[in-house]
Design a protein around this ligand. Sequence first.
Ligand code: ZN
Ligand code: ZN
Length: 97
Amino acid sequence: MKWPFPSNRRKAGAPDLYHELREEIPEARKQGELPARDSGSFSRYFCDLCNSPFTIHELRQCSICGRWGCKDCWTQEYYICNSCNGILKMHLVRSRG
Ligand SMILES: [Zn+2]
Ligand SMILES: [Zn+2]
């Protein structure tokens, strides 16, 4: 699995932070596990963060916690959900002192 930081950012320390987050954040879903299906629809699944229904193409699985997020619950920059991004930001602030 690749660390989702863009390659033009400094790489040093990033893998450690990634592993720190993986250890700190409990895995809500296994990687590759599908999101919860909307029982009222054949093609819609629920965003794990806002619980709104979306098609599978509109959802992305977080590489840290495994939850599925829609575009509003997603941090494209790091390829993680907004929930993990909040924790990541706390770590970044802490590591900068
Ligand atoms: Zn959402
Ligand atoms: Zn996440």
